[in-house]
Design a protein around this ligand. Structure first.
Ligand code: GLA
Length: 730
């Protein structure tokens, strides 16, 4: 109802007809008048021009919002092709390439019309329809702008009405052009347990590609995110850049091509690698969304824009609170039984946490899941470990006043499983070559409707049988290799695309039935962190590496594109640092525990209980406040960041000293985002159980925002692996 009320659809259709232009399909117009289409947010403009000369669509501007686009009308440059095709006169990388029914490999796209839908005060969708004059092929560019967040989403729909199916080879979600003196690309790469490492390099002439070919997941080696800084390198507060990401949980490609004139085109979308796709007449092909924000005040603003967007639109229930939890993965691995788990439920309660999360190892009987070599796919409780079933644990949790959550990995199968024995044709593997394992497992064929039903039922069956289950961790521990789908027959190149779209279909179906159920996204650590999947998930597991020193870097990397409430950080036994350091590191995102609480000393228990209580008190600021990265661990032996609420009366500051050289001094840190006129009181929290404070003398003092932003604070001690957390209150 509410949505309906808000749905004011204003449609302006500007057609060639109204401009005295030729009808669709007619040959070149004689018109000379250009038409401009501006797609704006509060602070950004992206402007297209329909050329009166050739009827093609060009990008003529991207950047800081213009007072008026009128001056663009006097510019003589044609602009850059908005969605470059292949086969006629384009000599550079195309956004789209196809072969028609008659074997003709060319595509020409001319403007037909555009319309603007205003879905509410913040969101505008501009749809620009292009068509080949010689073939019944239509391409619609969709541009959705989120005004307040300064975020733009672009995707494309291709529809063909030829007599037979035709094949598309390239089908980008977005094509953008930039004209600057230099271009600096920041990319995020890594591997298992070392996600989100940052590299920045200048783009030189020719092509640079960031991509993945992992099939089931976007990330592992290369994350589907980038910054592109124009002219000079940008820092946190200075510089002109875009931050871009693809909402797609499979193979992605960002292609950057600097041409002979020093102009840059950025083509983003599904990786065309081994993915030619046959589209049937009348059946639209829709690409995933490229999501970007433009900032003329450095990376800090770009991150805040994306965080605001993710909170309001990009991540499931971004504005709602998250559950703190105790997980048993690193504490027990596969080795647990009912009494041990009941003990962990008690620990959850004792700590003041909301939920106990039972990880891998609880299922399968013929081939019990006692390590990662067997049982995956057989989602029945293991009768030896859990003789009374999940129902008993759900009931026990309930009686203790905590919630119960569970780990699943429904897209995968061990060869040692009943699922494998019963349904060999449900599995991706080459018919005439040896199976290729990763973590001793194979991938199920989600293109097969029977498999889709199976995966849906793993979740729905469990939640129907045990409605008390309150949380799921959905894992995906491997990529595709040696893949072949029995179901797809001669359409094997559809696999990478159909897999992901069918995964989304399953998640869509689950979300219809369980709209607000919290689900953590996991993929052998942080292998599937992208805004395609996060529409369905409330949070993600950032990395299997829980050493807090490593985590500072990993979490820092995620913070550029993903808001803190979604980044799950657990306090574990990994790393020799103090419990305080571990706690302070986990607290900068969504904090949880995975550590033997029963081995805590009394002091450690008290420290943790207080930390959890403080975290719950402050979590709204940490999760939804504006992030300011103050000192980067990539630039100094420490990392400092803060979150501040929109009223600017409450902030939380985290400072980590990572290493310390002989006689090293750390300068004061200037805070950001405060109100200069307000006076703020500093209170250190998480004071160490061993009595080791951060070493600063600032706790308890009050300063004006002006002072804190101009002079700054001594935020931590010089000791390696020490840390401090300050609550800052007006
Ligand atoms: C993956 C996850 C871990 C854990 C294990 C269980 O590696 O990232 O957190 O759930 O699987 O097998």
């Amino acid at each position: 109802m509410k949505k309906l009320l808000f749905l004011i659809i204003v449609i302006f259709t500007i057609s060639y007809l109204s401009m005295g232009q030729p009808l669709i399909g007619q040959s070149q117009a004689t018109q000379t008048q250009d038409v401009f289409i501006a797609v704006g947010t509060l602070n950004t403009d992206l402007v297209y021009k329909v050329s009166g000369k050739d009827g093609r669509l060009y990008q003529v501007y991207i950047g800081t919002k213009l007072g008026s686009i009128d001056d663009l009308k006097n510019v003589r440059d044609a602009g850059h092709p908005a969605y470059a095709t292949f086969g006629t006169d384009n000599l550079f990388e195309p956004a789209i390439r196809m072969t028609h029914n008659d074997g003709n490999p060319s595509l020409e796209l001319k403007y037909i019309s555009h319309n603007i839908e205003k879905t509410d005060a913040n969101i505008t969708i501009t749809n620009i329809i292009l068509k080949d004059p010689e073939y019944p092929v239509e391409v619609t560019l969709h541009i959705k702008s989120y005004s307040a967040e300064d975020v733009i989403e672009q995707w494309v729909e291709i529809i063909q009405k030829e007599a037979k199916p035709l094949t598309i080879f390239n089908y980008a979600s977005s094509m953008l052009h930039f004209d600057a003196n230099k271009y600096w690309l920041t990319q995020f790469h890594g591997d298992w347990a070392e996600e989100m490492k940052i590299q920045e390099n200048e783009l030189t002439s020719g092509i640079k590609v960031l991509d993945s070919k992992l099939g089931t997941r976007a990330h592992k080696y290369q994350a589907p995110i980038f910054f592109l800084s124009l002219n000079d390198k940008s820092d946190e507060n200075n510089g002109e850049l875009i931050a871009g990401t693809l909402g797609w949980s499979g193979n992605f490609q960002f292609l950057f091509e600097v041409d002979e004139k020093g102009s840059l085109r950025v083509i983003s979308g599904i990786n065309p690698f081994a993915s030619e796709y046959t589209i049937q007449p009348g059946k639209p092909f829709k690409t995933p969304s490229f999501i970007f924000t433009y900032s003329n005040h450095g990376k800090g603003l770009a991150s805040r824009n994306l965080h605001h967007w993710a909170t309001n639109y990009g991540i499931m229930d971004g504005n709602k609170p998250r559950l703190t939890l105790l997980n048993n993965w690193e504490t027990t691995f596969f080795n647990f039984n009912e009494p041990k788990l009941v003990g962990l439920l008690d620990d959850t309660k004792k700590m003041g946490l909301d939920l106990f999360l039972l990880d891998d190892g609880w299922f399968a009987n013929k081939y019990p899941r006692n390590d990662d070599r067997a049982g995956l796919g057989d989602w029945q409780e293991n009768k030896v470990k859990l003789p009374d079933g999940l129902g008993y644990l759900v009931k026990e949790a309930d009686s203790k006043g905590v919630k119960f959550g569970i780990w699943i990995e429904p897209e995968m199968v061990n060869p040692k499983s009943e699922l494998y024995e019963n349904h060999p044709d449900w599995i991706l593997k080459l018919p005439n070559r040896p199976e290729n394992y990763d973590r001793n497992q194979l991938v199920l064929d989600l293109t097969n409707p029977k498999v889709q039903e199976f995966v849906y039922n793993v979740v729905d069956g469990m939640l129907t049988k045990y409605p008390g289950i309150a949380f799921i961790k959905w894992d995906c521990n491997r990529m595709m290799t040696s893949s072949y789908s029995v179901y797809l027959k001669d359409k094997q190149s559809h696999l990478y695309i159909d897999y992901v779209n069918n995964l989304y279909n399953i998640l869509d179906r689950l979300r219809q039935k369980y709209p607000h159920f919290p689900i953590m996204l996991c993929s052998g650590g942080g292998g599937r962190v992208d805004y395609g999947a996060l529409r369905y998930f409330t949070e993600f597991w950032a990395s299997d590496d829980t050493d807090p020193l490593e985590r500072v870097y990993i979490q820092w990397g995620y913070s550029y594109f993903f808001p803190s409430f979604a980044v799950c950080n657990h306090i574990t036994s990994w790393g020799k640092q103090s419990l305080k350091f571990k706690t302070d590191v986990a607290m900068m995102g969504k904090m949880g525990y995975d550590i033997p609480v029963n081995e805590f000393t009394e002091k450690e228990l008290k420290f943790s209980q207080d930390a959890i209580a403080d975290y719950k008190r402050l979590s709204d600021i940490i999760w939804h406040g504006d992030l300011y990265r103050l000192v980067s661990p990539y630039e100094e032996n420490r990392a400092v960041l803060m979150y501040i609420n929109s009223a600017k009366n409450k902030a939380v500051l985290f400072a980590y000293t990572l290493n310390s050289r002989y006689n090293e001094t750390f300068n004061r840190v200037r805070l950001q985002g405060l109100d200069p006129a307000k006076t703020y009181k500093l209170q250190e929290i998480n004071v160490s159980s061993e009595g080791r404070r951060s070493g600063t003398s600032e706790s308890g003092k009050s300063y004006t925002g002006d002072y804190l932003m101009k002079v700054g604070l001594n935020v931590g001690s010089g000791a390696a692996l020490s840390s401090a957390v300050f609550e800052i209150t007006e």
